[in-house]
Design a protein around this ligand. Sequence first.
Ligand code: 9RB
Ligand code: ZN
Length: 373
Amino acid sequence: MATGYVWHELYGWHDTGTSAGFVYGNGPAGLQPALHYESPDSKTRLHELVAVSGVADGLMALRPERATDEELLLVHDRAHLERVAAESRLPKGGDAGDGFSPFGQGGDEIARLSAGGAIAATSAVLEGRVDNAYALVRPPGHHALPHMGMGFCIFANVAVAARVARARHGVGRLAVVDWDVHHGNGTQAIFYDDPDTLAISIHQDNWFPPDSGHLRERGIGAGEGTTLNVPLPPGSGNGAYLAVMEQVVVPALERFRPELIMVACGFDANVLDPLARMMVTSTAYRAMTGMLLDTAATLCDGRIVFSHEGGYSEVYVPFCGLAVIETLAGSKSSVDDPFAGLLDGIGGQALQPHQAAVIAEAAALAGDVPPAR
Ligand code: 9RB
Ligand code: ZN
C-alpha cells in the first residue's frame, strides 16, 4: 500500500487578499498593504517540493471533493454555512466571522474542498486503501467554531472529518494531536464534552486565541480529562517538543487507546516562522512524526491522518512538511533540509528547566486521561 496525499490547485487560489499584518492596509495612514499572512506560498511550495523531490511518485494521490451540507452540519450551524455561502457569492467575497478570516468570491467552495480533503484522507485510511495519509489542505481549520470561522479558518476540517469517521465508518474513540503553534480552540470546543475524543494541543502559551489553551482546560461532564493542553513558553525548540511527545502525548494516547489518530499538522512552531516564537526544525518534525507512527502502529493498526494547518515561512515550511511526508511514506528523498545543520545547533534547542516544569504538569494530567475500558 502507500501513503495517501491530498492536494487541489484551488487550495492555492483561496484568496485572503491583503492587509498590513493584523490591521487593514491604509496607505495615507502609513499602513502599506502586504499579502495576508495566510497566503498561498508556504503550501504551494511544499506541494512543489513534494513533487520535485520525487516523494510524490511514491504517494497515492487522493482527489478531494467539496464537503456537503450534511457533512459540515455534523459540526457547524446551518447559519454559519449560509453566511459563508452568501458572502462567497459577493464580488469581493467576505469573512468567515472574526475579521481575520477573509475569502474571495467562491471561497465557500474552496473551504468545502479543504474540509473535503481531510475527509478524503480519513476515508482512505479507514477503508484500508492507504496505510496513512497527509492532506495538504487550505484554508486551515483548527480555530473554526460551530457558529463561525476564526483565525484564518472557515470550516473545522479535522473535526468534520472526525465526525464523518464516526458517522460513516463506525469509529468510536479517536484522538486529535494538534501541534500547530496556536491553540486548537475550535477542535477543543467541538469535543469538550465528548468522552470518546481525546483533544491534545501543544502551543505557544497565551498567544492565539488570547487567554485560551490553559492547562486547566480539561474537558467537561462526560468529557472531563479528554482535553489536554500543553502551553509551552516562547522559545521552545526541538528538545521541548520531543519531551512533550515522550512525556505527554504518547503516554496520553497509550492510556486512551484511540481507534484513529488525527494530527492537526501546523508548521508554525518552526524556528523561522513570522507568527510565533518557537524554534522547531525539520529534525524534530521528522522525529515527532515517527513517534506518532509507532504509537499508531501499536494502538490502532497504524491508522493516522495528518491535516495541514498553519505555517508561514515560505522557505522553511516546505522542508518541515517534506520531513513529515517522507516519514509517513517510510522513505527519504535525496533532498536534504539545507538549514538543519545551522538551525539544530542554535542556542536554546535543548529542553530548558522552565519548559520542563510545564511539561511535567501536563504529564501529570496525561496520567489522568480516562483509560480505555
Ligand atoms: C488581532 C489578533 C490572529 C493572530 C494569529 C493568528 C494565527 C493563526 C494560525 C490568527 C489571528 C488578536 C489582530 C487576538 O496560524 N493558526 O494556526 N489575530 N490576532 N487581536 N487582534 C486585534
Ligand atoms: Zn497556527
